[in-house]
Design a protein around this ligand. Structure first.
Ligand code: FES
Length: 270
């Protein structure tokens, strides 16, 4: 919406939201949720727990989502008087931590169910594979009226960095997702070398210390081909602290076999 509405005048934008001009007249009124775009790329959102899409915030530990000035936010009622707002894209490989997607707030931390990264209420990484904190945005909230406001910075945040080094970043798997020969050879390698940790179905074998082997069953589309090959070649050296992921050199696994096992790995999860 940010992009589309950048050229529009403010009134036209408010009308687009079906809320023509009401932010001017009645700021913060229930039923009138408005993401105002500032020319600088920031914005703010007035919300009320009386609105159905924010009603979960009426109770402690309730969670809601909203997109403000192009930022995907998760709002969490962390206490009687407090709501926090975080960017809900996991900094690992960008899974959406909305409550109907890959996010779960357990009362103390936000868990990304994609690969089990944990963040505290301030967005700080408690547990990898994510290594970078989530952006946090200031929120004012009045528990008496149930109304609040979240402000998204007036300067754009840096784009999430892709950790993949340049020499791997643009590599593309030469095999198609449904290449039968590649899948068959990939499965053979997977069963012999990867399944002991990651599980035959990519379910992640229980009993390993943290960080646990990635459960590819819960998702593989967030990874680029280059990222997967890089991690396969470098293993624990480029993983979160204390990783036991082995590094597979070209002697252990030729490029051809590496791409085949990556083809198979991708078939394990959405
Ligand atoms: S995308 Fe969140 S832990 Fe991997």
């Amino acid at each position: 919406m940010t992009q589309e509405s950048a050229g529009m005048n403010r009134r036209a934008f408010l009308q687009l939201l079906g809320c023509g001009g009401c932010a001017l007249a009645l700021p913060g009124v229930a039923g009138c949720t408005i993401a105002e775009l500032y020319e600088s790329g920031g914005g703010e959102l007035a919300f009320s727990v009386a609105e159905p899409r924010f009603s979960a915030l009426g109770a402690v530990d309730g969670v809601a989502t909203a997109d403000v000035a192009g930022r995907p936010l998760i709002l969490i009622r962390t206490g009687e008087d407090t709501i926090v707002a975080l960017n809900r894209l996991c900094t690992h490989v960008q899974c959406d931590m909305g409550p109907t997607q890959s996010g779960r707030w357990d009362g103390e931390k936000l868990i990304c169910t994609c690969h089990d990264s944990h963040f505290d209420a301030a967005g700080k990484v408690l547990k990898g594979p994510a290594t970078r904190d989530l952006a946090a945005y200031p929120v004012t909230f009045d528990p008496g009226t149930g109304e609040g406001r979240v402000v998204v910075g007036s300067t754009p945040e840096p784009e999430p960095e892709d950790p993949t080094p340049e020499e791997f970043r643009d590599l593309v798997n030469p095999y198609a997702d449904d290449d039968a020969d590649a899948l068959a050879r990939g499965q053979e390698i997977w069963s012999a070398q990867c399944a002991t940790c990651h599980g035959a179905q990519g379910e992640s074998v229980a009993g390993f210390p943290e960080p646990v082997p990635t459960a590819f069953q819960s998702g593989t589309s967030g990874y680029s081909d280059g990222y997967l090959l890089w991690r396969l070649r470098t293993g624990a050296a480029t993983g979160p602290e204390n990783s036991i992921m082995p590094a597979y050199s070209a002697q252990d696994l030729s490029d051809d076999d590496a791409w085949k096992v990556i083809t198979y790995l991708r078939s394990l999860g959405p």
